[in-house]
Design a protein around this ligand. Sequence first.
Ligand code: GLN
Length: 536
Amino acid sequence: MKYIFVTGGVVSSIGKGLAAASLGTLLEHRGLKILIQKFDPYLNVDPGTMSPFQHGEVYVLDDGAETDLDLGHYERFTSGVLTRMNNLTSGQVFDSVIKKERRGEYLGKTVQFIPHVTDEIKVRLHDVTVNNPDVNVLITEIGGTVGDMEGLLFIEALRQFTLEVGKENVCFIHVTLLPYIKAAGEVKTKPTQQSVAKLRELGIQPDIIICRTEADLDEDSRKKIAMFCNVEKKNVVAFRDVAHTIYECPLDLRRDKIDRLVVDKIGLGHTPPPALEGWERFVQRVIHPKHKVTIAVAGKYGLQDAYKSIYESLIHAGAHHNTKVKILRVEAEDVEARGAKDVLGDVDGILVPGGFGDRGIEGKILAAKYAREELIPYFGICLGMQIATIEFARHVCKLKGANSTEFDRTCAHPIISLQEEQIGVEDMGATMRLGSCESIVFPGTKAAELYGHAESIHERHRHRYEFNPDYQEALQEAGMVISSVSAKEGLVEIVELPSHPFFLGAQFHPEFQSKPNHPHPLFAGFVAAALEYSQK
Ligand code: GLN
């Protein structure tokens, strides 16, 4: 087993996750069996309780784990299907140590940061591969920035671990930023030098330094970094801002042969250079599309990354149809303030994503109404599906006061409501309907057509409220088709309107299962409908 550790320096958000994922792509295309995981130093047990406006999207795995959005990059850039074992937080580490202490597992001992907490971290480096016996390279990204107090225990654990498994089996990669100072017309290496010095103080000498730069990395800077950071010049790798799409990242990192450097460092033998033809073709389709559509994503905005996987899925589906998808970020409250026509008048498709809380709800309902009445393709995801049914109940079935009990607990018509098992649940962490479950798709529906007539599908969930079965009949009689229900409980999974070119809502999150060369069928169908609409 070989180990790659990816740390970050200078500033956060420099693309460590993309660097780790891209390295995964390169090694996998060399024929190696890799697995990627992330260690996050914050104290939340998982990011499920964090606002997406602070931390970005919560990415949900098959097994229901609510994880960091970098795991989304890992799944999209490699073939691995990840589990809750692939995201470890300080919250989990401490939770486990304290539970063990209470159970008396350390009886007689003083429980300490070293060795008890660091041991707990090291255990994960073994356990994560237990169910993946054929994996030969484990890539672990350490969240945060080297020098942060909260990351110290993780770095210390890696130092100890390296001694235990042997330096020859470990490769440390440090990702840093080379700022460009306009006034001086120069790229500066000092922050990189200082951040590597910080790492060496903690007992770790990086083997490879990935330098995030706006443009190219000149020879002088490479030499300087090599000398001051104590690495060979060839191990200073440039990671430039990509011009068009994040899927260029593996191609960019390949220019300085990072995969080769890693393979040599940890002795992975003779593997052929990565065969990336399929990946390159995908990138070309993203960069040089024939057509263009504009899709409005009507949500709540704060941080760029709140709807990350949805944007990526639209790119995958666009590439599939040779189409550039221009995303119009629509603040749902604006639709309410300015009117749907004003905000959405020029778009070819409207997507209402998932969400929690009542801000922007009425704007989203107006967006769904506008899409339905104007025959504009509509795709509702999770909350977006609930919005579509509420809108239909209010304006087609004339059920005045139709709503979700999430927004109005005592509404006249609770179209969306809590299931029995959710009533009385008080803990907020990991108590929703989470993860992959099987659903039945009914033949003859749009959904069945899009899923290639599959009778059974598996999709990932993250929600608490459900379509209320008491209202199924009324909505069906008025023309809404229920095209999929969960196999076990019969809960409504997909609704659609056959009288409309494309009006579909899914209670699950298809965006967590779309990949560059395998767009999710619902996204592919939505973008195709938007393209058709744009050409009319
Ligand atoms: N707030 C809604 C629920 O809990 C929708 C959740 C979501 O969109 N992920 O059911």
